[in-house]
Ligand binder design. Structure first.
Ligand code: CTP
Ligand SMILES: C[C@](O)(CO)[C@H](O)COP(=O)(O)O
Length: 226
């Protein structure tokens, strides 16, 4: 835990179109528990005093309340409406952040984030201003070109995960700018106002549950107690 108040903005405002499932992917149960609940619990385990902000589409909020009741999920959290894009959802979450603080933004569908990773991200952001979790690619990488494609040096690349943790003031300033096409995460938004991004080591288990086969992996991780 750091000296400043800590927030986790857990974004689950997307439509989950790539999952092709009949219920929103954040509500799919993995080993009997909705994915989003697992994610929120990891942040509570890191710091029971953390301020938890869950971003969900307005029309899913009643379902979420019912799920919390059904699963006897009592962790205190705020719920705010999602935006049209991830950028909009993070912006809505940020409106709840008061004063000086450290803010972690995390995908609601990354339930296997380690407590140690969350700790590392907050501590690094406290000293460096930012901390973005990333891992090294395991596959070779090719860049698409007009002629076809060409090999690029893998050692020069990282695969970016969440949490992405920042000083609240920096994140607020970054999210005041207009949204741009290349804003796929918080690091790209913050970098575009000239701030430096510090990377911290993530974990290959910290998958973003995106497509149907990710659910098989998720069940396997959960059955191993992760
Ligand atoms: N308008 C949006 C879009 C995305 N997200 C969140 O950002 C995270 C990463 O996005 P992704 O996995 O792509 O989720 P979806 O946008 O829901 O999925 P898809 O692109 O397959 O539709 C998810 O937790 C998602 O809920 C969000 O809060 N608000
Ligand atoms: C934020 C993120 O999970 C980092 O890898 C990713 O950029 C989200 O992308 P998506 O297209 O919204 O899944």
């Amino acid at each position: 835990m750091t000296q400043l108040p800590e927030y986790a903005i857990i974004v689950a405002g997307g439509s989950g179109s790539r999952m092709q499932h009949d219920i929103p992917k954040q509500f799919i149960e993995v080993a009997g528990k909705p994915i989003l609940m697992r994610t929120v619990e990891q942040f509570y385990k890191y710091n029971p005093q953390i301020r938890l902000v869950v971003v969900l589409p307005q029309e899913q909020q009643n379902t979420w309340r019912s799920l919390c009741k059904k699963h006897n999920f009592k962790l205190f959290h705020m719920t705010v409406p999602g935006g049209r894009t991830r950028f909009g959802s993070v912006k809505n979450g940020l409106d709840t952040v008061l004063g000086d603080a450290l803010v972690a933004v995390h995908d609601g569908v990354r339930p296997f984030v380690d407590v140690a990773t969350i700790k590392d991200a907050f501590e690094t952001a406290a000293s460096n201003g930012s901390a973005v979790v990333a891992v090294s690619p395991k596959d070779s990488i090719r860049e698409l070109t007009e002629e076809g494609s060409r090999a690029v040096p893998r050692a020069k690349y990282k695969l970016v995960q969440t949490p992405q943790c920042f000083q609240a003031g920096v994140l607020r300033k970054a999210y005041e700018q207009p949204e741009q096409e290349h804003f796929t995460d918080d690091a790209s938004v913050v970098e575009s106002i000239g701030e430096r991004i510090t990377l911290v080591e993530g974990s290959y288990r910290n998958i973003k549950i995106t497509t149907p086969e990710d659910l098989i992996l998720a069940e396997a991780f959960a059955s191993q107690g992760f």
